[in-house]
Structures are given as structure tokens and as C-alpha cells.
Design a protein around this ligand. Structure first.
Ligand SMILES: Cc1cc2nc3c(=O)[nH]c(=O)nc-3n(C[C@H](O)[C@H](O)[C@H](O)COP(=O)(O)OP(=O)(O)OC[C@H]3O[C@@H](n4cnc5c(N)ncnc54)[C@H](O)[C@@H]3O)c2cc1C
Length: 440
């Protein structure tokens, strides 16, 4: 059958739809929310969009390869590309980064990012959007050995139920995905989920960006195990700053006006609160608390139905503080493009299990970074690092400290953080020598 259904119109779903439209006659993107026509607007289905979202250079390159010219579109919509750490004030868990090279990232509101992608993708006449429809289950085919469509409930009005047939169903329903339940209802075992929860809380609000350009474009004051509180200022479209305060465990950042600046003043540096003291807030703060790293291992399933795939946060979600989710989504879309190239839709559906394994490789590096760092914090729920894990953490602390001032280590560190290179490249002798000869 020549049609595919993608469920969820977040970054993962949109990019998957773009890729699938290259091989399928029709692609339907199902989304439970309404879209504000053409505009960048908040949607309840993406509550995280009110918090800082940066797209690392690797993700940006992947996006531009998938949708040539999209970075120019984004910049036209007010997104800002920032050299990090050169154009920033960035206090690492050790010291400030000073005069060292790194990489770049794109800063924009998540709404602008998504609406720009949506506009580009909607240009394809074979992609249609079915908004205000919530997926409630899968439709089984071939004695439950295949998925042949989705069950949907129309939101509002009478809650009408419909089914949509599809040769391939791609679930990209984000952090709160029910993909494992849907699979289980088809008679498949529930996949195991690995979980590390550092109990990190976000609290964010918008400010008017001060007219005078300062010495920096963005600021990041990181916490560390001694002071697990941090804050980020990034420029976004509309002449605004998006400011996120971050805290772990009992250090949850407040949303109340009276406590906001006090929390900002309690970070490891006063620079962030001083910057905010002179700026005009445009909104109240909002909180986001469900930030655990969770990987549902669909790729390990012994049995897997034809015509079914799970991607994006529905597959693996990270502590957002490392900024990796959207880059991994873009990498998965690239892998999907490779997997389906020169194949017919029927063959693509038959290879669903291989494709699930292939896309599940994309989160590996981001997962290693996020869980390795998070398990440094004693309050993190999840497997504790063994001797080797603690050695790795000690080594990484030295790498970060060296990266603060050593250009060679800094370049290597940011190449890994932006997912351009594998984490193990930091073990190269020229990095190890520079990192370990310093005192941390
Ligand atoms: C606080 C926070 C900050 C973040 N910061 C960053 C960052 O700086 N950089 C970065 O790269 N990533 C960041 N992320 C991660 C990023 O938001 C996601 O990884 C990325 O957007 C990919 O998500 P997704 O498309 O898989 O899911 P989402 O973006 O969550 O989209 C899922 C979509 O599915 C829809 N949906 C859900 N259920 C159904 C259903 N049953 N039927 C129909 N539709 C449904 C939802 O309405 C939504 O539109 C952050 C995440 C959080 C929580």
C-alpha cells in the first residue's frame, strides 16, 4: 500500500513525513492539536516549547541536508546562530570558557522551529495534515503480525472514532507516548525501559532583549554537584530572550515572581541575575519537571509487526539540559531516508524491524553523555556508576576543566557535545595528555 501515517507533528514526526514522502504516494501526519495557520504558536501537545531549545550544529547540518535552505528560512524567521562558547558567557561545572573555539548552535523558539519545518513540509502535495485527531490504538493486520492502520478519535465535538489504513505507521508522539501500550494490545510484550532521573526542573520566561548588544549573545551558568542550580539566556525571534532557570532535587526553580530573581541570584555566578535585573520580563514563568532520561527498547523486541516504527522522544527521551533531542530526531530522519532509499513501500513495511534497530542507534551517544553526567549527582535515580563509570566521570571532569582554556581540548569537547564526533574520541592521546596534566 502506498500510503504512510505519521502520528505526532513534532520535530521527529515532521522530518519523518518529509523523508517518507520520497517513497510513499501519500503521507498523512496525524496530530491531536490544532495548528495556528502558518503562525508560530504554542500548542498544548508540546508543553516543552516554552523552555530553551537549542539545536546543535550536527542537528542543524542534518536539517539543512533534509530540507535544503531551511536554516536560511529559520534565520529569516528570527532564529540566531551562535558560536559557542565564543559568543557566550558560559560557566562550565569547572570554570568559565575563555577564548577557546567550540561549535555553533541555532537558537529560536521551539514554535518558530516547528512552524518553519511544517511550512516547508506542507509544500509537498503528497503530505496532508490531520489535525485535532488523537491516536488511540493500532489496527492489526495479517493475524496480528502486521500493523495496517491507526485508530483515531476526533477531538472536540462528538469525539468520533475513525480508522486510517496505512502501509507504514510511524509513531512520533513524544515523551508521553503510549506506543508500548498500543503494541501490547496487539499481543506484543512490553519492551523494557531504562531510566535515569536526575529530578531536574526547568522554569522559564520571556524577556525583552535589551536594545544595546552586550559582549555576549547568550549566557549559560551551569550547576555542579555542589551547587545544582543553573540558568540559561538565549536570544530568540521577536527581539526576545528566553530564560530558563534549572535546578535539581530540592533545588527546583520557582515560578513565583518574588522568588525568581532570588533563585537566579543563587547560581554559581551573579552575572545571570545581573543581566536579568536590567531586562524587562514579558511573561510569568512556567515550569517543566518531567525530565528523566528514558529509553524504551523497542529495538530489542524479539517479535515486531510489519509496518510499524517508533521514533523520537517516543523511543528515547533525554534530560533536556544537554540539548540533544532535536538533533537526534534529525539524525533518525537521515537514517530513515537511507533505510527506505530505492525500496518500494511494501518492502519498507516488511523491513520495519530492521529499521527500528537502525533508528535506535541514533540516541546512543546522547544517551551516554546524559546518563553519564546525570549519574554524577547522588540524587539521581537509576543504575549507579561502577568503578569504571566513576573513572569515566573523573576523566570527563578533567576534560571539561581543560576545555575551559585549552583550544585543542575545547574543540574536541564541543565536537562531542554537539554529536559531531563520538564520545570515545575524547580518549585520543592528544586530548588525554592535555586533560590529565591539569589539576581539576
Ligand atoms: C523542557 C525541555 C527542553 C528541551 N530542550 C531541548 C533543546 O534545547 N534542544 C533539543 O534538541 N531538544 C530539546 N528538548 C527535546 C525536544 O523537545 C524533543 O526531543 C524533540 O522536539 C523531538 O520530539 P518529538 O518530535 O519526538 O516529540 P514532541 O516534540 O513532543 O512531539 C510529539 C507530538 O505528538 C503529538 N501527540 C502526542 N500524542 C498523540 C496522539 N495520541 N495522537 C496524535 N498526536 C499525538 C503531540 O501533540 C506533539 O505534537 C527539550 C525537551 C524538554 C522537555
Amino acid at each position: 500500500m502506498g500510503n504512510a501515517v505519521v502520528v505526532g507533528a513534532g520535530v521527529s514526526g515532521l522530518l519523518a513525513a518529509e523523508v517518507l514522502a520520497r517513497r510513499f504516494e501519500r503521507v498523512t501526519v496525524v496530530e491531536r492539536d490544532e495548528f495556528a495557520e502558518g503562525a508560530a504558536a504554542f500548542r498544548g501537545g508540546v508543553p516543552q516549547s516554552r523552555h530553551v531549545h537549542v539545536l546543535w550544529s550536527r542537528g542543524l547540518a542534518a536539517l539543512d541536508a533534509l530540507l535544503p535552505g531551511v536554516v536560511t528560512d529559520l534565520e529569516g524567521a528570527g532564529a540566531v546562530v551562535i558560536e559557542a562558547p565564543e559568543q557566550m558567557r558560559w560557566l562550565s561545572p569547572a570554570q568559565w570558557f575563555t577564548g577557546v573555539p567550540g561549535t555553533h548552535f541555532l537558537s529560536a523558539s521551539r514554535e518558530v522551529l516547528e512552524s518553519t519545518l511544517r511550512r516547508r513540509i506542507a509544500e509537498r502535495s503528497t503530505i496532508t495534515f490531520l489535525a485535532r485527531h488523537e491516536m488511540t490504538g493500532l489496527v492489526a493486520g495479517q493475524g496480528d503480525r502486521a500493523v495496517r492502520g491507526v485508530r483515531l478519535r476526533e477531538r472536540g465535538r462528538d469525539g468520533r472514532e475513525i480508522t486510517v489504513d496505512a502501509g507504514l505507521v510511524v509513531v512520533a508522539t513524544g515523551r508521553s507516548s503510549r506506543a508500548a501500550d498500543w503494541l501490547q494490545r496487539l499481543g506484543y510484550p512490553t519492551p523494557a525501559t531504562d531510566r535515569f532521573d536526575a529530578h531536574l526542573g526547568y522554569s522559564s520566561r520571556y524577556y525583552r532583549r535589551p536594545a544595546a548588544e552586550g559582549r555576549w549573545k547568550a549566557m549559560y551558568v551551569q550547576g555542579n554537584p555542589d551547587v545544582p542550580r543553573g540558568g540559561v539566556i538565549v536570544p530568540i525571534e521577536g527581539g526576545r530572550w528566553l530564560v530558563t532557570l534549572i535546578g535539581q532535587g530540592e533545588h527546583q526553580p520557582p515560578v513565583e515572581e518574588k522568588d525568581w530573581l532570588a533563585f537566579a541570584s543563587s547560581l554559581r555566578s551573579d552575572e545571570l541575575s545581573e543581566a536579568l535585573a536590567d531586562a524587562e520580563p514579558l511573561t510569568d514563568a512556567v515550569a517543566f519537571r518531567a525530565t528523566a532520561n528514558e529509553w524504551t527498547h523497542f529495538e530489542r523486541a524479539k517479535r515486531w509487526p510489519r509496518g510499524f516504527l517508533v521514533i523520537g522522544d517516543a523511543l528515547c527521551r533525554f534530560n533536556p539540559v544537554y540539548g540533544h533531542g532535536m538533533t537526534v530526531a534529525a539524525l533518525q530522519a537521515q537514517v530513515l531516508a537511507e533505510q527506505i532509499a530505492v525500496r518500494e513501500p511494501v518492502e519498507i513495511a516488511a523491513r520495519a524491524r530492521e529499521m527500528q534497530k537502525a533508528v535506535a542507534k541514533c540516541p546512543q551517544a546522547a544517551w551516554a553523555i546524559a546518563t553519564g553526567e546525570d549519574s554524577r549527582y547522588p540524587g539521581t535515580d537509576g543504575p549507579k556508576p561502577g568503578t569504571f563509570g566513576r573513572m569515566q566521570q573523573d576523566y570527563m571532569a578533567r576534560v571539561v576543566a581543560a576545555a575551559n582554556t585549552d583550544p585543542v581540548v575545547s574543540e574536541a569537547f564541543f565536537a562531542v557535545l554537539s554529536l559531531n564526533r563520538r564520545p570515545e574520541t575524547l580518549l585520543a592521546p592528544r586530548i588525554a595528555l592535555r586533560a590529565t596534566r591539569r589539576r581539576t
